[in-house]
Design a protein around this ligand. Sequence first.
Ligand code: IDP
Ligand code: MG
Length: 146
Amino acid sequence: MASSSRTLALIKPDAVSRNLTGRIIDHILGAGFGIVALKQIHLGSEQAQAFYAVHRERPFYDSLVEFMTSGPTVALVLEKQGAVPAWRDAMGATNPEEAADGTIRKLFGESVERNCSHGSDSDENAALEIGFFFSTEELLRSRSPG
Ligand code: IDP
Ligand code: MG
C-alpha cells in the first residue's frame, strides 16, 4: 500500500479575517487529512514576494502580495495518501466561480484572488513550501494522529 505524503495548505487572509479558519479546518479533517503542523503567521512583503516568486511577472503579482500581507494567514502541513492532488481537489479551481460544488473555494471564495486557500502543486513544491513555513524541528516534534 502506498504511504501517505504531505502538502502545504494555507488559509489565506480573506478567510482568516472572516473567521472561517475553524470551518475550513473542519473541512480538512472531514476530508481525511491528518494535520502534521499548524501555525498562524502575518506575512511580511518580502515573505509574500518570495512565496509567490513564480508569479512575479504576472499582472496580478503586486495585488496578490498586498492581499497576502493584509492580515494573518494560517499555514498547515497536511498528510494523506496523494496529499497534493487530494488537497487541490478539496480546494477546487483557482477561480471560485469555476470551482466544483462543495469545494472550499466554491463555498467560501470571494474572487479569483481572494480564494481562501493555497495548496502546493507538486510533491517537489510541497517540500519547498513546507520548508518555507516550518522548521525541521517543528516538523520533527509533530505527528499526525492517523
Ligand atoms: P492556485 O492557487 O490555484 O495554485 P495560481 O495560478 O498558482 O493558482 O495563482 C496563485 C494565486 O494567485 C491564486 O490562488 C490567486 O490568489 C491569485 N491569482 C491567480 N490568478 C489570478 C488572477 O487572474 N487575478 C488575480 N489573482 C489571481
Ligand atoms: Mg499555484
